[in-house]
Design a binder for this molecule. Structure first.
Ligand SMILES: Nc1ncnc2c1ncn2[C@@H]1O[C@H](COP(=O)(O)OP(=O)(O)O)[C@@H](O)[C@H]1O
Ligand SMILES: [Mg+2]
Length: 234
């Protein structure tokens, strides 16, 4: 279980995460919703122990162990993977190279390149394509595939559907469902409410660095109005 408690993070003096608390239970898909600039990426980066923003108060714990203060590679070593916003691939590396450059020391029974390729047949057909030769959807698949190579138990996905055509968004929803079936926990940052509701067990809404709403997704599918109020979408 991931437990974020009263987290406060800053870029310099800019207080961007303002006491956020959030939980992701084992095997659960949790969506973090919020408009642009509300602090979703800052919260995710704080969990991963990235250099900015700086966490100044509160805690992040994973399986009871406090992650706050650890370096990001130490956090990744605890089987927490990040799919960063904007994919962050290498334009000149091939699909295979992206997947083999990360090797988990402990990936005995876990994800191999072949198992990942089964999940992403489009990538299997494009093994020798370079990052800059892939479509937006293929890039996002590769970003998820790369995250799987550390054999994670928890994946933090920062707006994976951003910029994707509706058919690719649906495909991605299917991938998330399969990862959940495989037992992974997922914290999914989304701006697309309907995509989030299609895959999530629970949702949180963040507004200027604070969690302002929490709900079971099942309670919202037929009645998303309460969330629309927070998100300013239609
Ligand atoms: N590197 C940065 N330096 C300073 N301020 C930043 C930086 N990145 C984001 N911010 C600010 O932090 C706030 C939250 O941003 P962010 O976490 O990226 O929001 P979201 O992911 O929800 O769109 C915004 O006001 C944004 O302008
Ligand atoms: Mg963001």
């Amino acid at each position: 279980m991931l437990e974020i408690r009263d987290l406060h993070s800053f870029y310099g003096e800019a207080h961007v995460v303002q006491g956020a608390s959030l939980t992701v239970r084992d095997g659960e898909v949790v969506a973090l919703l919020g408009r642009n600039g509300m602090g979703k990426t800052s919260l995710i980066r704080s969990v991963m122990g990235l250099s900015a923003p700086q966490v100044r108060q509160g805690s992040v714990a994973w399986k009871g162990e406090v992650l706050t203060g650890m370096k990001s590679h130490e956090i990744a070593g605890r089987k927490i993977a990040l799919v960063p916003q904007g994919r962050r691939l290498f334009p000149s590396l091939t699909v295979t190279e992206h997947l083999t450059m990360i090797k988990s020391a402990r990936a005995r029974n876990g994800w191999t390149v072949d198992r990942v390729m089964e999940l992403f047949p489009r990538l299997a057909e494009r093994r020798q394509h370079r990052g800059n030769q892939l479509s937006g959807g293929e890039r996002q698949m590769l970003a998820v595939a790369r995250a799987l190579m550390i054999d994670p138990e928890l994946i933090l996905m920062d707006e994976p559907s951003e910029g994707l055509a509706p058919v690719m968004v649906q495909h991605l929803e299917g991938i998330i469902a399969r990862l959940k079936e495989a037992g992974l926990a997922i914290l999914l940052v989304e701006q697309n409410l309907y995509s989030a509701l299609a895959v999530a067990d629970r949702v949180y809404v963040i507004e200027t660095g604070k969690i302002v709403h929490e709900a079971d997704a099942s309670a919202l599918v037929d009645n998303p109005q309460s969330l629309i109020r927070f998100l300013g979408v239609h």
